[in-house]
Design a protein around this ligand. Structure first.
Ligand code: ADP
Ligand code: ZN
Length: 726
């Protein structure tokens, strides 16, 4: 009997071992094994078991495996199928997907928590000859109802030996017990919540989820009560003896989110996320595998949770970019959820107020069903949204052209009323488009209608889709003003300008700089919630999932900064951001107002976001995508290359680009330096490949890399269905 084992070396190959007689009965695929590897032992997963005899033509004999680490498989057959499919799709080694799928804390040797001794008072008759001290110890233990050996020793100032002696004479029982490390700790004690009576939209959504034979897009505005629908759909699965997985973006995996699930399902909930300690993760994972926990809440890796009899997978905020992993394996957890649902016959619900255009198109094509919820369920109404045209001289720009008079007046009103304001400024690091300070226009590639990216090193503007470039213009191509700028306004500058306009206002700033200290993210938000500041000014960090009852004004300082990103998803992201930011206002009794400043008040994404009309935006944007051959009308992969040697990376990028261009059915860009041209001493280049199917891109890429393997000085990676083109 032979077994093929995946060892965590990312060599993209399985190793074959023999199975010793004694282990043959017990061996199963998905188990964690210990195997000899070179001069050491390694751990790996059993991927295939073959009855076949050893090939007698082999010049050497196969080594036997050492042992089965855990007889219970880590992966069911279906989960292994999912892992293999994702590895094939993302062109990643299967080992890297396995690694992403199980927490390291569960696999590594000595991961099992130390067994601790628990001491409990025994029932029954006691021998008479106790010392005073023993009598006292027994009374204390009986009073406490028992406890952990270590803890009792500390509290009762005694030793393990004395407690064991009590055990020997039958006063207490001393037995090893696994102590559970519970990340939900105190959260479990909160009062259980009862299902709310659903409104009509929610009832229809729940019915659609129950009756669908395909994934359901739950398209519900912020606050429409999607979470309550998830909770009730999960409850029905639990009643039927099935389990569920709820995926949430890492950033919204806050105690509030977890509490909503824990207070409905208590002990049945397990949480998996990156902030857990190894011990907590170990215990939660084992509670899931053993079936003690039936509902798993977690970020993208939760899609691999070993839930048995899986009935439902919920992907909340399905459009969120964090579902795409930007490191190997570059899988999309949302797409993985859909695939797992299909493999295991589980329902899949994708929820969002601003669905991804990929999912929206799947609804239009009939691959997904759709349930819509257009109204808020609880308190609060959708806010009133206004656009301010910053290119209009009448907008009365102030504070270094950052604020319009209209926005300043609205802030002043809030200060008077002691209500709070959130100001939102979106600016992303190094990726720079060239914009005109006078008219707001960007300098665009005529072929792709996307902004060029400014490359400081050789002072030119390059298109990252087709590879075309122009020398950086001196004046704006649209209005002729010599006012081109390469940088957006930063939050610090905006904060300073605002402080000048309102000398008595308390302003809190939240961006990557102000939150680098651990916990400062939560500190800032709690301070704002407690009313310690009038204005919260921040980057996209503040756009998501936050609920502040006293916020009645949300201002977007420059809606165009995300619109002008050199990325074909710029409009989609702008819509999502604006819709989400707008969702922050007026969540409680106080009505909300949203003011969006823009140089481009007729941009479809901005107009549609102001009206909250997702369908109109999607229609417009999809037709633009179709015209330019962008996803979801094709699949796009980004080949990333890096080297410490500038010439090596450039020459190989060009070679790969030229080779890919020869493959029929692929649309391939020229090789270009990435927007982030150099990072940590590595020069970075990229090639963008588009095709109708991912498989044809991956096949061509694997073939070319096989023919022309990269030299040691070059690192290459392919990012299939890439989200990040910098
Ligand atoms: P979403 O997840 O769509 O943003 P939530 O589930 O957070 O919406 O619901 C928003 C608010 O509405 C919450 O405070 C929730 O308790 C309340 N809510 C949801 N469903 C109902 C209902 N059927 N009746 C009353 N209140 C509800
Ligand atoms: Zn172009």
């Amino acid at each position: 009997m032979l077994v093929k084992v995946a060892i965590d070396l990312a060599l993209d190959r399985l190793f074959t071992y023999e199975v010793p007689e004694a282990l043959r009965e017990k061996l199963a695929v998905g188990q964690l094994l210990s195997v000899p590897f070179g001069h050491r032992t390694a751990r790996g997963f059993a991927m295939e078991v073959a009855a076949g005899a050893i090939d007698s033509n082999r010049p050497y004999s196969l080594k036997p495996i050492d042992s089965i680490v855990d007889e219970k498989p880590f992966f069911s057959g279906k989960l292994l199928e999912l892992v293999r499919a994702l590895a094939a799709y993302t062109a990643a080694p299967v080992e890297s997907v396995l690694k992403a799928a199980v927490p390291a804390a569960v696999v590594k040797p000595n991961a099992r928590p130390k067994e601790l001794y628990f001491v409990e008072p025994a029932l029954g008759e006691f021998p008479v000859s106790l010392t005073k001290r023993q009598q006292w110890l027994y009374d204390q233990i009986a009073r406490l109802g028992g406890g952990w050996m270590q803890q009792l020793c500390r509290e009762l100032k005694t030793t393990p030996a004395s407690l064991k002696e009590l055990g020997r004479i039958g006063l207490v029982t001393v037995a090893p017990r696994q102590k559970r490390r519970d990340p939900l700790g105190g959260l479990r004690r909160i009062l259980p919540t009862k299902p709310l009576p659903l409104n009509d939209e929610q009832k229809a959504a729940l019915a659609a989820i129950e009756s669908a034979d395909k994934p359901v897009l739950l398209f519900g505005v912020t606050g429409s009560g999607k979470t309550e629908v998830y909770l009730q759909a999960i409850a029905r699965e639990l009643d039927a003896g099935r389990g569920a997985i709820v995926m949430v973006p890492e950033i919204s995996l806050t105690p509030q989110t977890v509490r909503r699930f824990a207070s409905r399902f208590g002990e049945k909930v397990a949480v998996l996320h990156s902030a857990l300690s190894d011990g907590e993760r170990y215990d939660e994972w084992h509670r899931i595998r053993s079936g003690a926990a039936r509902v798993v809440v977690g970020p993208r890796s939760a899609v691999f949770a070993p839930v048995r009899d899986l009935g439902l997978i919920v992907v909340d905020e399905e459009h969120d970019q964090s579902y795409k992993q930007d490191d190997n394996p570059r899988y999309s957890a949302r797409d993985a959820a859909v695939l797992r649902g299909r493999l295991e016959g589980a329902r899949v619900v994708l929820g969002s107020a601003t669905p991804s255009l990929e999912s929206w198109m799947n609804v239009e094509r009939g691959k997904y069903a759709c349930a819509a919820m257009a109204n808020r369920a609880g308190a609060g109404t959708l806010p009133d949204v206004r656009l301010v045209d910053m290119s209009d001289p009448k907008s009365g720009k102030q504070g270094g052209a950052i604020f319009s008079q209209e926005l300043l007046d609205a802030i002043a009103l809030r200060l008077d009323r002691h209500e709070q304001t959130i100001l939102f400024l979106n600016r992303r690091g190094y990726s720079r488009s060239v914009t005109c300070a006078a008219c707001g226009a960007t300098v665009d590639c005529p072929d792709c209608s996307l902004p060029y990216t400014y490359h400081q090193a050789d002072d030119c503007c390059r298109c990252h889709i087709c590879g075309g470039w122009i020398p950086t213009p001196k004046v704006c191509p649209a209005c002729g003003a010599p006012a081109l700028q390469y940088k957006g306004i930063g939050t610090q500058r905006a904060e300073a300008a605002l402080a000048k306009c309102f000398r008595n206002a308390h302003i809190l700033r939240m961006d990557a700089d102000s939150t680098s200290r651990k916990n400062s993210h939560d500190d800032i938000l709690s301070a704002f919630r407690r009313g310690e500041a009038d204005v919260l000014l921040g980057t996209q960090m503040i756009a998501k999932g936050l609920d502040f009852p006293n916020v009645t004004l949300v201002g977007v300082l420059n809606a165009d900064s995300s619109l002008n990103m050199p990325d074909f998803r710029a409009a989609e992201r702008t819509y999502q951001l604006l819709a989400q930011v707008a969702g922050r206002a007026g969540r409680a009794e106080l009505p909300g107002e949203v003011i969006i400043q823009t140089y481009d008040p007729s941009a479809p994404a901005i107009v549609a976001a102001a009206r909250g009309d997702f369908a109109a935006f999607a229609k417009d944007e999809l037709s633009a995508r179709k015209e330019c051959y962008f996803p979801p009308y094709c699949h796009l992969a980004c080949v990333n290359l890096r080297s410490k040697d500038m010439n090596v990376v450039a020459a190989w990028a060009e070679m790969y680009s030229k080779s890919l261009m020869k493959v029929k059915g692929l649309t391939v860009s020229e090789a270009v330096p990435s927007a982030l041209e150099k990072a940590e001493g590595w020069y970075r280049w990229q090639v963008v490949v588009r095709a109708a199917a991912v498989s044809s891109i991956v096949r061509a890429w694997r073939w070319i890399v096989g023919e022309r393997p990269p030299p040691a000085a070059l690192r290459i990676a392919i990012d299939v269905d890439a989200y990040n083109l910098v």
